[in-house]
Design a protein around this ligand. Structure first.
Ligand code: UDP
Length: 319
């Protein structure tokens, strides 16, 4: 297929773009490089530098869109909600309009576990209530809601994948490595590994008074290569008039302290940790049930354990 990958110069988008190229698709990456890197675009993909609000030319002749381009930091979204509503909702609505105008009827959308907010039960299923606790999750949920309506009325073929916490790195068949490298890094695993690498003295632990076993937040970590493979299955599962929603996680929860401990084991570094205040907008526990995508699309994660995820992220870091 001819596919447009928005945000394909970012962490997850570049891994999916690489897997799509390997699978024989014709891939165009559209990215404004606000947080991505041009050299992350895989060889074999065409690169267009530009905004999702101006995608008409890039969409010409496409069979489908994989839409990653978005702002994705919970803390930033609490401080700057307008940025999130404008980019994530406004930008996506503009993209969907341009898709309709160009006759492109298929989309796989990067949604998030943050749509669920503070869940009533764990693991979370797709039918559970959606009550986001931050503008990031709210803006992604608004897009999910629009996709359902657009599928029903305009016949759009849409799949939303609700990511839990993505980590690790991907090595493509050509040996090239794709890893997380944000200019402003807020995610837990890269921040912990930065301490082991010597770039920081200690890692912050945001809140130790949550209602969890050790008081720190619990998250479900999924390997980026496993996550990326789900997008290829989702692409095939797109059906006109339907909006399908799937969680993507490994089904196991790890606390912030447990993640730091695994990083100590993998790296052999002491990694000092400093307790800080809670970070606004963080739910206590987010763990996915991925039973639906396993059942309906036959998705099977291969690198499921946290030590594997951390080891791959660690091995991919430049030294
Ligand atoms: N966290 C932390 N120290 C850090 C970064 C994150 O304690 O340097 C915590 C954060 O408060 C949350 C968990 O780790 O409870 C996962 O945060 P991350 O930003 O990696 O992903 P999110 O769950 O927000 O998507």
């Amino acid at each position: 297929m001819k596919l447009l990958v928005t945000g394909g110069a970012g962490y997850i988008g570049s891994v999916v773009a690489a897997q799509l190229v390997e699978a024989g698709h014709q891939v165009t990456v559209l990215d404004d490089l606000s947080t991505g890197h041009a050299d992350a675009v895989p060889a074999g993909a065409r690169f267009v530098e530009g905004s999702i609000t101006d995608a008409a030319d890039a969409l010409a002749g496409m069979d489908g869109v994989l839409h990653f381009a978005a702002r994705s930091l919970v803390g930033e979204s609490v401080r700057e909600p307008a940025l999130y509503w404008n980019h994530n909702l406004g930008g996506t609505l503009a993209l969907l309009d341009a898709m309709r105008a160009a006759g492109v009827g298929r989309i796989v959308f990067s949604s998030t576990a943050a749509v669920y907010g503070e869940p009533e039960r764990s693991p979370i299923e797709e039918s559970d209530p959606t009550r986001p606790t931050n503008p990031y999750g709210a803006s992604k949920l608004a897009v999910d809601t629009a996709l359902t309506a657009f599928a029903g009325v305009y016949g759009l073929a849409a799949v939303s994948l609700r990511y839990f916490n993505v980590g690790g790195a991907h090595t493509a068949r050509d040996g090239r490595s794709y890893r997380e490298r944000h200019t402003v890094e807020t995610h837990l695993i890269p921040n912990v590994l930065a301490v082991a690498l010597g770039g920081r003295e200690s890692v912050d632990v945001f809140g130790t008074d949550y209602p969890t076993a050790d008081g720190t937040c619990v998250r479900d970590y999924i390997h980026v290569a496993d996550l990326a493979r789900a997008h290829l299955l989702a692409l095939d599962a797109c059906a006109p008039g339907e909006h399908k929603v799937y969680n993507l996680g490994s089904g196991a929860g790890f606390s912030v302290r447990e993640v730091i401990e695994v990083c100590r084991d993998v790296t052999g570094h002491a990694i000092p940790a400093v307790v800080r205040e809670r970070r606004p907008g963080d739910p206590a526990v987010l763990v996915a049930s991925s039973a639906k995508i396993q059942r309906e699309l036959g998705w099977k994660p291969e690198r499921t354990t946290l030590p594997e995820i951390v080891a791959d992220a660690w091995a991919a870091l430049p030294r």
